[in-house]
Write a protein that binds this ligand. Structure first.
Ligand SMILES: Cc1ncc(COP(=O)(O)O)c(C=O)c1O
Length: 960
């Protein structure tokens, strides 16, 4: 690492685990002189970068804070009345401090290992309960990426539900009310086109359902605030066998009749208004609710209730056979990373406020809106909405519009300005003073003066009428028991304690890169200058963000060796989809619209085929050879066979088998020779940064998982960001946006609701790149490779390693094969995964990409001590397996089969096992210092899927 005398601290030294002494020991252990030699033996020479990254020198934490403060000062935090699905709201401090800013919550992984994830699974079940109760639907998932993509998921789910007759009639029309949010319509256009779905956009009151129409979408309340009675519309749809999705404002449903009660088939929206800052576009958790009969068609993750082996209630991810990691191109969606942390925050907001609190907030918002409505009418304005919740549409002349805009800006307020209309959306943070100021502004421009408003005794009339909600919601005790801050703090803490995160130990998940998420990277995300901006705020108020985006785009382009970057996709899978849509647009631009075959290696991540299908492509699987490399002959044959229709190859590099394939350039060449484009899945960029790049290798486009390589924490299953970087010829097609001017005139329409996706977490990756600097970034990749090769050295005598490169080196991850244990000892990969919990560890990635194996990724952030401890744990487990082999332990009653062991089990008066309690819980000494207890014992997966329960059950049901 470069040393600068003026830096009292070097961030890279904090980010990278091993110190100089440890580095030397590890290099010695694996038998190389230095890091350069290791890299030379690992990465094929032909693709190794010969240049330094053109990225600035590293900043210290302190310098970075100063730099970000300057960006912050260039952002203007005006009071937003823009609406369009994003509202200012209050994050209760107890949630901000204990969840949002708490690494125990934000450094967790997706809860696949349920026994050590019961806290977030409970919180997500609460989220699903909130969504079901408020929308009046039977089943909800545990979050989607944003409201616009959630509506697109409803559209595609309806499309898949078409009956035989509809399919025969080629029913391909989806009606969209023109009163839906414009960004939603934009995303729907993008998603509909490649699937051959035709959007009919118009007035729902005039729409006549016809045999081609399989579904419809309406907004409740509409983009301009009007509440319509959709019941007759839904009835007509159902007579036609069409399904109807309703996009809603979640808060409004505390006082409005839920769409489920008027027959909606799916209800979608954004839970941002439940205590999550707008963050200039995100992240926030979208939701998706539908009928129980569609449970197997729901996109995204669903949390369900099952039992552990002692019959205790236990949460787990349910019905995973719908998902991309199992069903691949036949999956219900490509969703992998979703918005877990934000769904948890929204659920906690509902837990803290309960139904009374939510009604109080909704009533406050609604009452202020009614007062404003009355006062503006008194001032002589025409207001367009007869029934509304929080948004008013005021008719104005062109001159008034411009003048009001300028006065509002002087008062640091943003309204939404349409031709001859202004819309104003009231929210939880709106005060009586704001209403007075708005009235004064409008009075001035109608040559009147605003009267004093007596807010306390104001008599408003009922504008909800028949739309008023009469049904109860959030009856479950959980939503009643945590009203005081003390109770709430203890509730969040009790859940947090059930989950293993990076705060306990390394999470060696292959393909997931669970590296350090440094505190300094996280802190600015909560600064109001970044968190409180509306995504459609005027661009002259967001100059700090714009500058930061420009630098980040340039840095990511440099790192990937590409020409341009789009920061819009808000997950890796969305990046894949966006990249493929860009390729599609390029082929169309070249006069080759028929190019729709995506070649995908059998080892690819499930999101690859699922995204390809969403982009309208046909998936052709390419074989892998015994070394886990692409079978180049098979690729050649298939590329040739589909020469005329070849769209692209999707390839992960280094491969999901953890190897830098020697033939990668040849592979790219084959694709190009046959008219295709190379899409590189950037999930494994942690082995490339500064050492090679997709550009050098010869790819055309790649996505980056900023929540892997670039330090955004995984949040227990999201948020993430999946920007794409492209070669020059693809740059004109990068996504645009209907409300914010970005992109070329050839740009594809939006892939996400917000122009820069989940903007506020881009700060994290920006901070990471700037604090690591050019040499730190390269060093991180070297250490990621060193750490995994060191682990290989420690483990290879006792575990079979599945693949390595030609010099016997692995990349930043490796696969150990545990299949051989099964025949004699009956020990499965699952048993090892669960036993690791007794050793305080999260399992490596299980059964991907090879069934019954474990993929281990150490990351650069772990030091030698931690790597050794993890290796000791695996070696100790290997010894436990040997004890079964040698008949010293019973095949059925052993520490592996019974893992994980809970505190209740080992402290119970009865202990029937053939091994002792100490062996069960403290098999190695280090565990005594910091024991992590699994909250439940092994969970019964089958039972959870057979009897799906995905909301908080009533107390009676618990007792049954
Ligand atoms: C190789 C690979 N590709 C794509 C993805 C999808 O990324 P995301 O979860 O952000 O959608 C993953 C996620 O784990 C992955 O490992």
């Amino acid at each position: 690492m470069e040393k600068n005398i003026y830096h009292t601290d070097v961030f890279a030294n904090r980010h990278i685990g091993p110190n100089e002494v440890e580095t030397k020991e590890m290099l010695d252990a694996i038998g190389v002189k230095n890091l350069e030699q290791l890299i030379a033996e690992t990465i094929p020479q032909k693709i190794r970068s010969s240049k330094e990254l053109n990225i600035s020198e590293a900043l210290s934490e302190y310098q970075l804070a100063g730099k970000l403060k300057k960006f912050a000062q260039k952002n203007k935090v005006y009071k937003s009345f823009i609406g369009l699905g994003y509202h200012q709201c209050i994050t209760p401090a107890v949630i901000l401090r204990n969840v949002f800013e708490n690494p125990n919550w934000y450094t967790q992984y997706t809860p696949y290992q349920s026994e050590i994830a019961q806290g977030r699974l409970e919180a997500l079940l609460n989220f699903q309960t909130v969504v079901c109760d408020l929308t009046g639907m039977g089943i909800a998932n545990s979050s989607l990426l944003d409201e616009a993509t959630a509506t697109a998921e409803a559209m595609t789910m309806f499309y898949r539900q078409r009956d035989k007759k509809m399919k025969k009639n080629d029913a391909d029309v989806f009606f969209v009310s023109h009163e839906c949010f414009p960004q939603t319509i934009d995303v729907l256009k993008t998603r509909a086109t490649p699937l051959g779905i035709k959007l009919e956009i118009g007035d729902f009151q005039n729409f006549v359902f016809h045999e081609k129409c399989f579904g419809a979408l309406v907004q409740y309340p509409t983009t301009n605030g009007q509440i319509h009675d959709y019941k007759p519309f839904i009835e007509k749809a159902h007579e036609n066998k069409s399904l109807v999705a309703v996009a809603v404002d979640l808060l409004s449903l505390a006082i409005l009749t839920p769409p489920g009660e008027i027959g909606a088939d799916a209800v979608v929206g954004n839970s941002q208004v439940f205590g999550v800052p707008m963050g200039y576009g995100g992240p926030h958790a979208a939701f998706f609710a539908t009928h129980e009969k569609f449970q197997r068609s729901v996109p995204g993750r669903i949390v369900g209730i099952s039992k552990d082996r002692f019959g205790n209630k236990a949460y787990r991810l349910a019905l995973q056979t719908r998902e991309q990691h199992i069903r691949r191109e036949k999956a219900t969606s490509n969703i992998c990373t979703a918005q877990v942390l934000l769904a948890i925050i929204a659920s906690m907001y509902a837990v803290y406020h309960g139904s009374e609190g939510l009604k109080r907030i909704a009533n406050k918002v609604h009452t202020l809106t009614k007062i404003l409505d009355t006062e503006l009418k008194k001032l002589g304005y025409n207001l367009a909405n007869s029934h509304y919740f929080n948004t008013l549409t005021i008719e104005v002349s062109q001159e008034q519009n411009a003048a009001i805009k300028s006065s509002a800006l002087k008062c640091e307020m943003n309204f939404r300005h349409l031709p001859n209309q202004i819309t104003i959306a009231i929210d939880e943070t709106t005060t009586c003073e704001h209403i007075e100021t708005i009235c004064e502004i409008f009075a001035t421009h109608n040559k009147l003066s605003a009267a004093n408003i007596d807010f306390v005794n104001y008599q408003t009339t009922d504008v909800l009428g028949a739309f008023s909600r009469s049904s109860k919601f959030l009856d479950h005790p959980c939503f009643h028991e945590h009203r005081s801050e003390t109770a709430m703090m203890r509730y969040t803490k009790s859940l947090e304690n059930r989950d293993l995160s990076l705060t306990t130990s390394m999470i060696p998940l292959g393909s997931c890169t669970m590296k350090l998420n440094a505190a300094m990277e996280m802190i600015p995300v909560s600064w109001p200058e970044f968190s409180q901006l509306h995504p459609f705020a005027p661009q002259d108020q967001t100059l700090g963000y714009q500058e930061l985006f420009e630098e980040l785009e340039a840095d990511l382009a440099e790192i990937t060796g590409f020409y341009a970057t789009s920061l819009q996709p808000n997950s890796g899978a969305q990046g894949e989809y966006a990249g493929l849509m860009v390729i599609r647009a390029y082929h169309i631009g070249q006069g080759q619209p028929q190019r729709n075959i995506a070649l995908i290696p059998s080892s690819a991540h499930g999101t690859n085929p699922a995204s390809a299908v969403m982009a309208g492509m046909k998936v052709v699987v390419v074989k892998c050879d015994e070394q886990g490399n692409i079978d180049v002959d098979d690729l050649q044959q298939k590329a040739l066979k589909h020469q005329d229709n070849l769209s692209s190859l999707m390839i992960t590099y280094p491969s999901t088998h953890g190897v830098f394939e020697e033939e990668i350039q040849k592979i790219c060449q084959i694709i190009h020779e046959n008219g295709g484009q190379v899409y590189m899945d950037g999930a494994n960029m942690n082995a490339q940064v500064g050492l090679t790049s997709p550009g050098i290798i010869g790819a055309d486009v790649c996505h980056l998982n900023l929540h892997k390589t670039f330090s955004i924490p995984h949040g227990g299953g999201g948020p993430g960001m999946g920007p794409i970087c492209v070669q020059k010829h693809l740059a004109p097609y990068l996504p645009g946006h209907s409300l914010v001017s970005i992109g070329d005139n050839k740009a594809i329409s939006a892939v996400s609701a917000a122009p820069w996706g989940s903007s506020s977490i881009l700060l994290i990756s920006y901070a990471y790149i700037k604090m690591m600097g050019k040499s730190g970034l390269k060093c991180a990749s070297q250490y990621a490779i060193l750490n995994t090769n060191y682990l290989k050295k420690r483990l290879e005598r006792d575990f079979k390693l599945l693949y390595s490169g030609k010099n016997g080196r692995v990349a930043h991850e490796m696969i150990i094969d545990v299949r051989e244990f099964k025949s004699i000892t009956h020990v499965t990969v699952e048993d090892i995964a669960k036993r690791l919990m007794d050793y305080n560890y999260h399992a490596p990635t299980v059964s991907f990409p090879v069934p019954e194996t474990m993929m281990i990724e150490s990351t650069e952030s772990e030091n030698k001590k931690e790597l050794d401890q993890f290796a000791d744990a695996l070696l100790s487990i290997r010894q436990e397996i040997r004890e079964i082999e040698q008949k010293q332990a019973d095949v059925e009653d052993n520490v592996l089969k019974n893992a994980p062991h809970t505190v209740w089990e080992v402290t119970a008066s009865e202990w029937k096992h053939s091994y002792n309690r100490e062996k069960a819980c403290f098999p190695l000494d280090y565990i005594k210092n910091n024991k992590f207890w699994a909250y439940v014992s092994r969970i019964n997966n089958v039972q959870g899927d057979r009897n799906l329960i995905c909301t908080c059950p009533s107390i009676e049901e618990y007792e049954e």
